[in-house]
Design a protein around this ligand. Structure first.
Ligand code: HSE
Length: 327
């Protein structure tokens, strides 16, 4: 029996950044926290805090519990009964990587609980397999901008430190869109011309982000692989993607599978209020209420606290994290 309490802070993420479908991810300054410890009572107890986790199961079908058991199995350890607590500022099913943050937080917490037996790369491989693509999980795990490829059995990645002048404005519509539905809208085939367009855009975007050439973003952050096909699911999206640069954005994209829309903005821009008003009014014209949020790319991936001995006995999970909570 270990008396260790693990608390993991895990960032939200945006996937694709326009052209990098299933390959580009960026961690964002919006977080979830997961606490995990071995249950002293011999029974699993799962507590969910805050408004963003409504409807999530608190029995052993809970994703965090199941992912933790996969880590224990992989590490050759038996820990069937756990105490798990979670709080999240990341809205569910909006394209901000909430499921990836839960998977990554669970993998990292469970691994810390068993003394870090699995490597970060092993956790990345497991997370990619669970999520079905490496973009969100890579960003949540490693932080920054993560460029990744997955061949169905092996994932590889390179992390890029985000430019200090990059700000992120998101408009989060007041409706949910499942990744499954948004992936269903995609065609099974595209033309060679569109494939070449995306290859150029995505390669240029990665090079621009890696070399800090932010002036190339407006040209590079364009996509013909998935956004045009998803546009019908998010009224107002096409206009935002077409015109955001006219209102001072460096570029605009659907965040992951949506419905959140994301713009990259130069932090020195004098036109931030104008851009925010444009996003809200464009969605508003379609009858869609949206919440806007100014975020930063998050350089850190997961941050782990290990509490043991007397330290593990004092203060509750919510008391431990309350100084850091956002919205
Ligand atoms: N790359 C994924 C997609 C992210 O666009 O479907 C959502 O999980």
């Amino acid at each position: 029996m270990t008396d260790r309490r693990i608390i993991v802070k895990v960032p939200a993420s945006t996937a694709n950044l326009g052209p990098g479908f299933d390959t580009l991810g960026m961690a964002l300054s919006l977080y979830a926290w997961i606490e995990m410890s071995e249950s002293a009572s011999g029974e699993t107890v799962i507590e969910l805090h805050g408004d963003h986790l409504n409807g999530i199961s608190t029995d052993k079908s809970n994703l965090i519990y199941k992912v933790a058991q996969m880590v224990f199995k992989e590490a050759g350890v038996t820990l069937p009964e756990l105490n798990i607590s979670m709080y999240s500022d990341i809205p569910l099913t909006r394209g901000l990587g909430s499921s990836a943050s839960a998977i990554v937080g669970a993998l990292v917490a469970a691994n810390a609980l068993v003394g870090g037996l699995l490597t970060d790369d092993k956790l990345f491989q497991m997370a990619t397999e669970l999520e079905g693509h490496p973009d969100n999980v890579g960003a949540s795990l490693f932080g920054g901008i993560v460029v990744s490829a997955w061949d169905g059995s092996q994932a590889a990645k390179v992390r890029i430190e985000p430019h200090g002048d990059l700000d992120v404005l998101v408009a989060i519509p007041a409706f949910q869109l499942s990744t499954e539905k948004a992936r269903h809208a995609l065609p099974s085939q595209i033309t060679m011309k569109d494939a070449v367009f995306n290859l150029g855009s995505s390669s240029l975007l990665v090079a621009a982000l890696a070399s800090g050439q932010l002036e190339l973003i407006p040209f590079a952050m364009r996509d013909k692989l998935h956004q045009p096909y998803r546009a019908a699911l998010i009224p107002g999206m096409s206009e935002i993607l077409d015109k955001a640069t006219d209102y001072g954005a460096l570029g605009a994209a659907l965040s992951g599978a949506g419905p959140t829309l994301l713009t990259l903005v130069d932090s020195k821009s004098a036109r931030k209020a104008e851009l925010e008003a444009f996003l809200i009014s464009t969605l508003g014209k379609e009858g869609i209420e949206a919440q806007t949020m100014w975020l930063k790319p998050c350089s850190c991936g997961t941050v782990v606290q290990v509490l043991s001995g007397q330290e593990a006995e004092t203060s509750s999970f919510m008391e431990r994290i309350k100084g850091e909570l956002g919205v």
